[in-house]
Design a protein around this ligand. Structure first.
Ligand SMILES: C[S@@+](CC[C@H](N)C(=O)[O-])C[C@H]1O[C@@H](n2cnc3c(N)ncnc32)[C@H](O)[C@@H]1O
Length: 199
């Protein structure tokens, strides 16, 4: 069997993220995951939360990385991966589902894409839609740990559009889109898990 695309970070963070998602998504049915990467989160969360129907998505140019692991998933609650670039609006979905999740993506995509993501959700998400974002964030213009400062330097070397985002700026976009911050949870390895609900 060929080895599947693999992220060690996903393996490390999937348990702690599941602990929160299994509580926060307990009354949800449909989840759209943005920037699903290798599909490790999509397959693990689908298996652990069979009450959810999980839609993994990726940018078209990276979707072949996502497909192999998803195609090995044997349950019925993981939908086939769909191409989605969050900056291409309107998104190619009939409706925004009742929950959205993304890990480690806001610091990779350009800020204009972060703005587009919240713009789309502001226009199309219904009341009570949950948005859960996992990753590193700065607070008050400061890194939360020296390791995050080093990580940000590496991001800048890899791409000038990538950077650890300021929590306050992201929360302002969310607020403009009608989303209220419900939880801001400290996670291992200096990451955060942010939960917003649309009013
Ligand atoms: C560091 S990876 C994270 C992947 C996965 N969520 C994880 O936690 O391992 C960042 C992902 O963001 C995706 N991405 C970047 N810009 C995007 C955009 N505009 N729309 C959707 N996905 C995007 C990349 O293709 C990549 O898979």
């Amino acid at each position: 069997m060929c080895s599947l695309p693999y992220s060690q970070a996903c393996e490390n963070n999937k348990g702690p993220i599941l602990d929160v998602l299994s509580r926060v998504f307990v009354s949800c049915r449909d989840v759209l995951e943005m920037a699903s990467g290798t599909g490790q989160h999509a397959t693990w969360f689908s298996a652990q939360m069979p009450f959810l129907q999980w839609q993994p998505t990726e940018m078209a140019q990276h979707i072949e990385i996502l497909k192999p692991r998803c195609s090995q998933y044997s349950g019925a609650n993981l939908l086939p991966p769909k191409a989605l670039d969050v900056s291409d609006r309107p998104w190619p979905v009939e409706a925004i589902p009742d929950a959205l999740f993304s890990a480690n993506s806001l610091h990779i995509m350009p800020w204009s894409s972060v703005e587009a993501l919240f713009g789309e959700l502001g226009d199309r998400a219904r009341a009570n839609t949950l948005l859960v974002i996992y990753g590193p964030f700065n607070y008050g213009g400061q890194y939360t740990a020296p390791s995050n400062a080093r990580f940000d330097q590496r991001l800048a070397q890899q791409s000038p559009v990538s950077a650890i985002r300021d929590f306050e700026k992201v929360d302002a976009l969310a607020s403009n889109a009608g989303f209220e911050l419900r939880e801001d949870i400290e996670m291992p390895a200096n990451n955060r898990l942010l939960v917003w609900r649309k009013d």
